[in-house]
Write a protein that binds this ligand. Structure first.
Ligand SMILES: Nc1ncnc2c1ncn2[C@@H]1O[C@H](COP(=O)(O)OP(=O)(O)OP(=O)(O)O)[C@@H](O)[C@H]1O
Ligand SMILES: [Mg+2]
Length: 294
């Protein structure tokens, strides 16, 4: 007589640190960050968002003042390396909806100039996170919302991250800006963070015109690896996010996809697919052990 004991074991890799970056301004970096964060939290994941933009749009979208963290992210990055992990932990604010946040403060630009005068200015966030994740082991995901441009905080995010999510507006000139970001990712992979990959492209503000559709087609055919010689797998092109006022209303109201009365299942659907894709790529191994007992 035989009996089968089938055990499904999911081994999760370490905390996933993701930069949402585009170089170009106004393409949806912040919107993707808070919608992905809310969706992961809704799925029961522990999520921390770090607002690396002096504008503090992510903080506002989560209903928090941009100077709410004490210390703020500028102070954490400016601090001596041995203190950074504990300061990072102190800076975290609990936001309703299960997403935690660190805010930029009101003078992130001033910290930028001071940090740039010191050593290892581009790896300050990595230094903080490496030790924080060993000591505190709190999160499944850390999402880094970057400002526009290739400045210090964008570079810090890319040096600290495992992967990059790139929002791209499905508009005529928007593809023109991707190579700039990919060249920066390639340089950072070469010099500072060899495992950094562009894992996902998210077409944003999609309209149902033939131009938008043809740009979406181009995106699906495009291979980021032509710019990223170190990257083995292609980037996944997420389902398009439609151009809808509901997404703009979320940040204006400081509400999430799961609390705002105007948000419907169809608005959440692409973000659920994105979150499920992240979870799939995070699961390193599924083992089915079949034991045969004779
Ligand atoms: N899918 C969408 N539909 C409608 N409006 C959107 C959508 N995505 C983003 N927006 C709006 O577009 C504007 C820019 O979006 P967002 O702030 O997310 O971009 P960003 O890349 O973070 O900008 P910045 O470079 O200034 O940080 C915001 O007003 C936002 O509400
Ligand atoms: Mg933004």
């Amino acid at each position: 007589m035989y009996s089968y004991n089938c055990a499904i074991v999911q081994l999760q890799v370490k905390i996933m640190i993701i930069a949402i970056a585009a170089i170009k301004g106004g393409v949806g970096k912040t919107t993707l960050t808070f919608c992905i964060a809310a969706t992961l939290a809704q799925m029961g994941k522990k999520v921390l968002c770090v607002d690396l933009d002096h504008q503090g749009d992510l903080s506002a979208a989560l209903g928090v003042e941009k100077d709410a963290s004490s210390p703020n992210i500028g102070q954490v990055l400016f601090a001596p390396k041995r203190e950074q992990s504990d300061l990072f932990a102190q800076a975290i604010i609990k936001v309703s909806g299960g997403v935690d946040l660190i805010t930029p403060g009101i003078n992130l630009g001033a910290y930028q100039s001071e940090i740039e005068k010191g050593l290892a200015s581009e790896s300050r966030l990595k230094d903080a996170l490496d030790q924080f994740n060993v000591t505190y082991k709190t999160y499944d995901y850390i999402l880094l919302d970057t400002p526009k441009g290739e400045g210090l905080f964008t570079k810090n995010a890319l040096v600290a991250s495992d992967s990059v999510i790139v929002p791209v507006q499905t508009e005529y000139f928007s593809l023109k800006n991707i190579p700039e970001l990919l060249n920066l990712v390639s340089e950072i992979a070469d010099r500072a963070n060899p495992n950094l990959v562009v894992s996902m492209i998210v077409p944003n503000r999609m309209k149902s015109t033939s131009l938008h559709k043809s740009i979406y087609e181009q995106l699906t055919e495009w291979d980021v690896r032509s710019y990223l010689s170190h990257q083995e797998a292609p980037a996944w092109v997420a389902p398009p996010i439609r151009d809808l006022t509901v997404y703009a209303e979320l940040s204006a109201q400081g509400q999430s996809l799961y609390t705002y009365s105007g948000s419907k299942a169809e608005h959440r659907a692409p973000f659920i697919e994105i979150a499920e894709h992240l979870e799939l790529s995070k699961t390193s191994e599924i083992k089915c052990e079949v034991e045969t007992v004779g």
